[in-house]
Design a protein around this ligand. Structure first.
Ligand code: NDP
Ligand code: PYC
Length: 337
């Protein structure tokens, strides 16, 4: 395998050009390219460069509006609502970010509810900057129905990730980001493409029988939620927070059948921002309490923190992001598709 080393700036600019060539406004292209390039830098196989073909085919299908202008509504002292107007979630979130922070600082807590939006990226990148600014942040997104309820025979939930970020006393914030499915749908697709099987317990085939064949999961089968009924309950909560609460669609309501090639679920996103200085005392600042717990975890054995691998990839990428040359060529080819 031949590899290339590319800087984050070159990677971002190249992706931005491709997205503009397929009809995105500069603002939208910049938001998507930054997310995709940053996820690639951080070592994400399923939500980095792999997603570019999905963005392009979705734009070409007419399913999403790459030039949508989000409408931000200041609806209550602690509540911001954004109508993404069938555009991408990332620029809708960016348009509301400063108002959300202002409200969280004023009230101690604020919620951002985004509706009619498309998200195909890694979620932690949406909230990491809040923790870098001292906030505690929690975000959830629903997607398309590919996860079955225990005992059910038809998928109802999306892979519904939950991301959480908190400032630490030392160093980078503590961040975790996890699909509530056993595996992200993107990782199942990558496994199918690479001819690998997936671990037992990840999904079922079209008959509802357990399978380790990723194609059987993708073609008529379904993923399971992590942790059985417990993870399923979290997937259910994400649906309520991203659809019922924000006025978005449930994952099972997403119907892109009239737009062959569409890959971005048209759903919703919720972000909850907390100013921890309101709760903690001067003698026990929140970030110091986080650090105490982190050090206690690290001292407990041969363990690692969530986010450690991502940060290690990020550090390694300072010298350049290593990309497979054949994959890079397929990305460059997207511009003229
Ligand atoms: P993983 O299962 O790989 O990781 C989940 C979390 O656990 C990460 O924070 C990870 O940190 C941490 N972790 C992994 N292994 C360990 C370990 N051994 N010890 C301690 N912590 C560990 O993530 P998923 O496959 O569930 O999700 C991948 C991505 O897919 C996410 O970025 C998510 O946002 C995205 N996604 C997006 C969707 C969308 O609708 N846009 C839908 C579903 C998923 P680390 O990063 O350091 O490994
Ligand atoms: O990988 O599960 C996934 C996913 C769904 C939507 C975006 N990513």
């Amino acid at each position: 395998m031949t590899e290339l080393s590319i800087s984050l700036d070159v990677l971002t600019a190249t992706l931005r050009d491709i997205l503009v060539a397929h009809g995105c406004s500069d603002t939208v292209a910049n938001a998507l390219a930054t997310n995709c390039a940053s996820a690639t830098r951080d070592g994400s196989k399923s939500h980095g460069l792999f997603r570019m073909a999905g963005y392009v085919s979705t734009l070409r299908s007419g399913w999403v509006d790459g030039r949508a202008e989000p409408v931000v509504e200041d609806v209550a002292p602690g509540f911001v609502r954004v109508d993404a107007r069938n555009g991408f979630t990332l620029p809708a979130h960016a348009a509301a970010r400063s108002l959300l922070e202002e409200k969280a600082r004023q009230n101690g807590i604020a919620i951002l509810a985004i509706r009619d939006s498309h998200h195909l990226g890694a979620l932690y990148l949406d909230i990491e900057p809040y923790a870098q600014a001292g906030f505690v942040a929690l975000s959830v997104i629903n997607s398309m129905a590919v996860v079955v309820h225990p005992g059910g025979n038809k998928p109802v939930y999306g892979t519904n990730p939950v991301a959480f970020a908190a400032p630490r006393g030392e160093g980078a914030p503590l961040v975790f980001d996890m699909a509530t499915s056993t595996m992200a749908h993107g990782d199942v697709r990558v496994a199918a493409r690479e001819g690998r099987s997936v671990p037992e317990g990840v999904g079922v085939d079209a008959k509802g029988s357990p399978t380790t064949d990723p194609s059987a999961i993708l073609e008529g089968g379904a993923l399971l939620a992590f942790g059985g009924h417990k993870g399923t309950a979290i997937a259910l909560m994400v649906e309520l927070l991203c659809a019922a609460l924000v006025g978005g669609q449930f994952s099972f309501e997403v119907d892109w059948s009239a737009h062959p090639g569409a890959q971005t679920p048209r759903t919703g996103q919720t972000v909850i921002l907390i100013d921890p200085t309101r709760a903690s005392t001067p003698l026990a600042p929140f970030a110091d309490r986080v650090e105490l717990l982190v050090q206690s975890i690290l001292g407990s054995g041969d363990v690692r923190l969530p986010g450690e691998k991502r940060l290690a990839c990020r550090r390694a990428a300072e010298a350049g992001i290593v990309v497979d040359a054949a994959q890079w060529q397929s990305i460059l080819d997207l511009k003229d598709r």
